[in-house]
Design a protein around this ligand. Sequence first.
Ligand code: ZN
Length: 493
Amino acid sequence: MKDTHKSIAQLFVALLLALCALLFAALPALATDDERLVTLVNKEYVLGMDYAPDTLVSLSSFMSANSGVKMCSTAAQALEKLVNAARADGITDVYAISGYRSYGVQSSLYSKKITYYRNLGYNTNDAQVHAATVVAPPGASEHQTGLAIDFGTSENGYSLTESFATTAFGQWLYANSWKYGFILRYPKDGMDITGYIYEPWHFRYVGAPHAEYMTKQDLTLEEYYALLTDVGTLEITTWDGTVYQVTYNDYYPQFVEEGASVSVAAAGSGGGYICTTRVGKVNFADLLNHWSEKEVCALIRLSVISGYDDDTFRPNNQITRAELLNLVAKVQDLLLDAGENYASLDAEEFAAMFADVYADSWYLDSLQKTYQYGLVQPLLDSDETGRYFFYPSRYALRREVAQCLAPLFDNYTGEIEGSEVYLSDLEGEDEALREAVQLLVDHGVILGRPDGKFYPDTTITRAEVSAMLYRIFQSYAKVGQGPLADQVLDTQE
Ligand code: ZN
């Protein structure tokens, strides 16, 4: 009997232990690779020896790399975009030296470094301290996350030295890596904060909007983590106008909104969680996921267009002639150099030239600007006394849009590619309109419709005009002109 009791008790304890083991084993499994994208890993916050990501993919499918170099798939996808963008900018001498490293590999790298310093005559303690500033101790290396990469280039003999900073690839990375979610992890003079020497070759994937915020605010991951734990919530607007809410929580958030992502904030226990929610694009609810969202947001960022006071943008509303001219005047300011040459006309005098415009009309400034440049004239009628009719509240027709958008290419210095698109319903229209439309077609501003028609006498929506204006900025940007020239154009696709 006694034995039976004992064995039942033993069984009970064994069960309890098994349950505990199960529970604890289940905890790390809660965080998938994508739930560690913003995780802080350093000498203070270390990964366990068992931690290994489970979505590792090889980098050699899209770039030159040492054999077997891998990263987590989300980071690798972003890296592929980064590498393609670098290539598009003429930076082709790019190489991946090291990506994911297991705890074991890191451990042997670290031991080797300690041996190296011991051989130089350091005692064990000093050798460890020195080794730890150049090689992360096991568990303290970001390489174990599968989110870090050591880049190389033949320009400095693939060496992991400060000379990487002056290479073409290095320079390109400092200017552009954030656009693809990567940060320079160990900046110059950052040793006191990061615990590591300057490593111009080591980049860490953290994703949007974190990479952009840290880069622009000049924060290390340690400082970003400290800031988040301090303020609790950050609202971040990225380059393309997307608004994110980033919150720090001590516990895994109970309610995670659809589309939000959660990341373990720091490795080890008690690090909390970072919840990243895409709140919307500049807060216009009816723009979120609208086909024109990217184009409209780019224009909002440039202050060319805005939404309404009730927080709607109304992308599908038709646009009036006054609204059109107001947009064109703003684009004119940004793309054509005529700004300072405008004579300041007296509002009363100018308005008196029109039968339907008043000195206090809201669009008067825009009308003056476009009039002085000659953009608005094709849209005007006049009576026998010579007074103009502007018809400000009439909906703009596509023929009118084409005629006042085409001159916006006056400052364009690149070559025009030309196009095969032929619009059958422009046959018989006057030469000026046909030329204007052709120019916009050649620049890809007007895209041919499947039926090969232009529909010059139909109206146009706010979204459609925005897309056309955005494409004009894009054309300029491709030849390094205009306000979008130094921004990423298509990384969001
Ligand atoms: Zn590294």
